[in-house]
Design a binder for this molecule. Structure first.
Ligand code: CS2
Length: 489
């Protein structure tokens, strides 16, 4: 049976469908970037609030910013924005539930005005974002990249938005002109100080487009920082087959996730908020800094350590990486010796226990999170997940050996693009070509890879780092077999 609104009563006979009336839900949240993560995280929190009763004004309208999101738009059109959440425990237990909190989905490139109007509608109290680390249009030095052609286009044509900044500014301008309270802009991406970064970027954009609007946004709009966490692998055909076999349910885009969910948010909203913290795992705090730093520097960076090493070894999933003793050792050593010493105290959290729990989560054999997902867009991820650890250790005299070694491994990965069995690597990265060219020149110029300033910024100017890197990368190229390399640790 196909998953759609009409079939819901019948579907609910075999699979969990929370008993709330979708027709009564209003759209208080507009969410940009409806991938797996949003659907398994913030959307689940909203669904639980709706299922508990009340909170009817906080349904979510999803937005796809890219042309490529047309596939999602078509599926949601057929399925009336319904999808199934499949939660997989390490023990093998599985819970499946139909998610109904999404009131509408708009494909932005085909519906520009509708998206602006939806955001500008006074019913919209929050615009939230999961546009990925690469979606913020940042330079390696953390500034707004004004030269980007889409941004240049938007500055000249404020009524023809393309990027998140064009949409937010057009919608906020409408709110300002009508003297309405603005919505909160809530980033849910893995960037430290995600709210502050979004604010800085949007204000830089607006300063170049509309000074008056920049001043108003600076005064009136809240940008809460948040730490978000739930491991959500890419959906594969196996999940669709599972639903078909177990429940005779045809869902074209379910989402799988681990049972763990954490969301720590600064309680800073311009226009009200749901009681997100009524849901287990969600907490409001006044300063999220220590939590986000801990999560990004341990979980996300740890993922990248396993991802890059695992890819080169021909290992397909993160849980399979965790079965390899050498990889478990390198991961823990990196955490203990380089990432943890520069973390701040996190109230109520024992960092040793936190790392232990990450190991268990990574090893969950039923999640099968692909190494290729982890390595995807490393050029946008590593500057957020790993390079700050190197920079901080450089300034505090801490060890940078393992992080530097990982960059050498990433250089080799970008250069050869094959694993140690000779199989091509599935590399998904907007900067793949540029990284490949730079890495290829390593034998002639050991620092060639680091010269990609868009990724490494001013690290190339730090002699302590570059001399260690030069020795490390040379040694790497001399004996690139990963099991040999890993013996160092
Ligand atoms: C991953 C994250 O993209 C990545 O490289 O580390 O997607 C990670 O799974 C989530 O942040 C977990 O909360």
């Amino acid at each position: 049976m196909q998953l759609n609104q009409k079939n819901l009563p019948a579907v609910s006979r075999s699979i969990k469908v929370p008993a709330y009336d979708r027709n009564e839900i209003k759209t208080g949240i507009v969410h940009v970037g409806v991938g797996g993560f949003h659907r398994a995280h913030q959307a689940v929190v909203v669904q639980q609030l709706l299922a508990a009763g009340g909170h009817k004004e906080w349904g979510i309208c999803g937005i796809g910013l890219r042309e490529g999101d047309s596939k999602i738009a078509d599926i949601f059109a057929r399925q009336d924005c319904l999808y199934t959440l499949i939660t997989r425990y390490p023990t093998g237990e599985v819970e499946s539930e139909v998610m109904q909190q999404m009131t509408d989905f708009l494909l932005a490139p085909d519906n520009k005005q509708a998206v602006v109007d939806r955001m500008a509608n006074p019913e919209t109290k929050i615009v939230s974002l999961t546009i990925t680390e690469g979606g913020y249009n940042l330079t390696a030095d953390g500034e707004f990249d004004l030269r980007h052609p889409d941004i240049q286009h938007e500055l000249k044509h404020p009524n023809d938005p393309k990027t998140i900044y064009g949409y937010l500014s057009a919608a906020l301008r409408k709110r300002k002109d009508k003297q309405q309270t603005p919505f909160t802009v809530m980033s849910c991406d893995n960037i430290q100080h995600n709210g502050d970064v979004t604010r800085k970027m949007l204000l830089s954009f607006l300063s170049a487009q509309d000074e008056g609007l920049a001043a108003w946004v600076g005064e009136e709009v809240a940008f809460p920082n948040s730490m978000v966490d739930r491991i959500t692998p890419v959906t594969t055909a196996a999940e669709m087959d599972y639903l078909k076999d177990q429940f005779d349910l045809e869902d074209e885009w379910p989402v799988t996730c681990e049972p763990f969910l954490q969301w720590i948010i600064e309680d800073n909203f311009s226009n009200g908020r749901p009681d997100f913290d009524k849901v287990d795992g969600v907490q409001f705090v006044t300063d999220v800094t220590p939590y986000e730093k801990m999560k990004i520097r341990l979980l996300n960076a740890g993922h990248s350590v396993l991802g890059i090493c695992g890819a080169l070894m021909g290992i397909q999933t993160i849980n399979a990486c965790m079965e390899n003793e050498q990889l478990r050792t390198v991961l823990r050593k990196f955490w203990d010796e380089e990432a943890t010493p520069i973390l701040d105290k996190v109230e109520g959290i024992d960092l040793e226990a936190y790392k232990d729990s990450l190991q268990v989560r990574f090893a969950n054999p039923n999640i099968r999170d692909k190494v290729s997902r982890i390595c995807s867009e490393s050029s946008a991820k590593l500057p957020k997940f790993l390079l700050p650890t190197i920079e901080e250790n450089l300034s505090k005299g801490g060890s940078i050996d393992m992080a530097t070694w990982l960059i050498a491994a990433w250089c080799y990965y970008s250069d050869k693009q094959i694993d140690q069995n000779g199989q091509s690597l599935e590399i998904i990265d907007a900067m793949q070509e540029q990284l490949h060219r730079a890495a290829q020149n390593t034998t002639a110029d050991a620092l060639s890879f680091l010269r990609v300033r868009e990724v490494f910024g001013s690290l190339i100017d730090n002699e302590t780092f570059t001399s260690l890197y030069a020795t490390t990368v040379r040694r790497y190229y001399e004996a690139p077999l990963m099991s040999v390399q890993l013996q160092r640790w």
